[in-house]
Write a protein that binds this ligand. Structure first.
Ligand code: FAD
Length: 421
């Protein structure tokens, strides 16, 4: 046996899982294999890094709150993760606000949220709020901004730095990284070898003995498959359902050049940095500022798009689907062209958009990060590690306990999330 535990995929899920397996049992020989040249080069590096603790479902709250608190504790301990509590500002029309009013008022009572009215927002942000009678706006689905829900324990994290934190801890603990190595298949063997042809037969118990890669076999006692949007490619030959399928998601960046654009970047009054919070428009478009290179980042998650592992960004997507909407709300972006763009994969679980973590034989699968894999990453790692180590419950950071099969495919029944935007 080459390793006690082999993790396929060194994104946030694979890293956090390996880290918590190592924390629980430092004597295990652990390796992570990835087709790319370093950790977090899949969806993890492509993410907007946004995090929020604003959820109505108990499961979402536990996964998000515990992970965010863990990351904050790391940063407060002196390891910079680029975490900035710039806040989330969720802009809603009157009708949209009515749909979530109960949940929003409850969160406001708990001190998690502040609800701004249009009149207050008008004094704070230089943008358009009213589109009544604007035919073009109606065609584009642009809605009025009547409310702003502001979450202060929200913001963004540098996903690269987060991945490097786990990598460095794992290396220090003796884990090995096998980069530039593509896993081409999972080795299936009978639990008890009988030495007969065509084993394992359908009636034999199977175990997953390792992986075949473009550089040869790697054998391990236990496997973790955390291959993000590529996970189903590895599970399809085994007939294992993981619920999550890949879709391209893109980010476009713009450097503010005019005084009006710079003023928007440095919108005051929401956070200690004096910048615009991570902002969600009533149309679902989002944007954030990046203080490291002084740019705006913009994105929008479209529904009717093929399931595919294509990761090429499409410039036209910005001009067709983002620019016309953004410029309605923020005329200061008139005629602005993008400076940069990239794309990555959401591994989307359309059942409840929560991660999927389950065990089959000696193999644990952790995927389905959808659009919130970073902000739930540490919790997912703890759950996957608990499953791998045969524990009934996973202990999340901050003392939350969650059954380690809570995110399993079979019999899955998670509470619906009402805070979707
Ligand atoms: C544009 C965009 C914006 C996002 N914004 C946010 C956000 O604001 N907040 C948030 O919380 N989340 C966000 N996400 C989602 C988040 O990035 C993902 O949920 C998270 O990174 C998933 O981590 P993962 O480890 O499952 O997958 P990945 O990071 O994709 O890791 C999978 C790894 O497996 C490797 N791999 C795959 N197949 C093989 C193979 N056959 N052999 C070897 N290696 C293999 C890949 O190279 C990769 O490194 C965003 C995602 C995108 C694309």
């Amino acid at each position: 046996m080459d390793y006690d535990v082999l993790v396929v995929g060194a994104g946030i899920f694979g890293l956090a899982t390996a880290y918590h397996v190592m924390e629980a049992n430092p004597r295990l020989k652990i390796a992570l294999v990835d087709m790319r040249g370093d950790v977090g080069q899949g969806a993890t590096a492509k993410s907007a890094g946004g995090f929020r603790n604003l959820f109505t479902s108990e499961t979402n709250r536990m996964l998000a709150d515990s992970s965010i608190s863990f990351y904050l504790s790391i940063q407060e301990g002196g390891r910079d993760l680029g975490m900035e509590l710039v806040g989330y500002l969720i802009l809603r029309s009157k009708e949209q606000f009515e749909e979530i009013k109960g949940a929003a008022l409850q969160m406001e009572k708990e001190g998690k949220l502040r609800i701004y009215r249009k009149e207050e927002l008008k004094k704070m942000i230089d943008m358009n709020f009213d589109f009544d009678g604007d035919e073009e706006a109606e065609i584009l689905g642009v809605k009025n901004v009547d409310y702003g829900l502001f979450g202060p324990k929200c913001g963004h994290i540098d996903a690269d730095k987060l991945a490097y934190f786990y990598r460095d801890e794992l290396k220090a603990g003796g884990a090995e990284f096998i980069f530039n190595t593509r896993v081409e298949g999972i080795i299936v063997e009978p639990e008890v070898k009988l030495g007969i042809p065509r084993e394992p037969r359908a009636w034999q118990q199977v175990r997953f003995a390792g992986v075949k890669t473009n550089k040869g076999e790697i054998r391990a006692d236990r496997l973790v498959i955390a291959a993000g949007g590529w996970t189903q490619d590895l599970l399809n030959p085994l007939g294992i359902e993981c619920l999550a399928r890949p879709k391209k998601r893109q980010i476009f960046t713009i450097r503010p050049r005019t005084e009006e654009q710079k003023a928007l970047f440095y919108t005051q009054g929401f956070n200690e940095y004096g910048v615009l919070p991570m902002t969600f428009l009533p149309t679902g478009h989002y944007f954030r500022v990046d203080r490291r290179d002084g740019t705006f980042w913009m994105g929008f998650s479209d529904y009717y798009r093929p399931f595919s592992t294509d990761e090429n960004p499409e410039e036209n997507y910005y001009y067709d689907n983002i620019y016309p909407i953004i410029v309605k709300y923020f005329p200061q972006f008139e005629d602005v062209r993008i400076d940069n763009m990239w794309a990555g994969l959401y591994a989307i679980n359309y059942v409840d958009e929560n991660p999927v973590v389950f065990k089959r034989s000696n193999m644990v699968v952790a995927t389905g990060g959808s659009g919130s894999g970073i902000l739930k990453g540490d919790a997912v790692g703890r759950i996957a590690a608990a499953l791998l180590l045969g524990k009934e419950y996973a202990e999340l950071y901050g003392g939350y306990k969650i059954p380690s099969n809570k995110l399993e495919v079979r019999g899955r029944r998670l509470e619906p999330e009402r805070f979707v935007f």
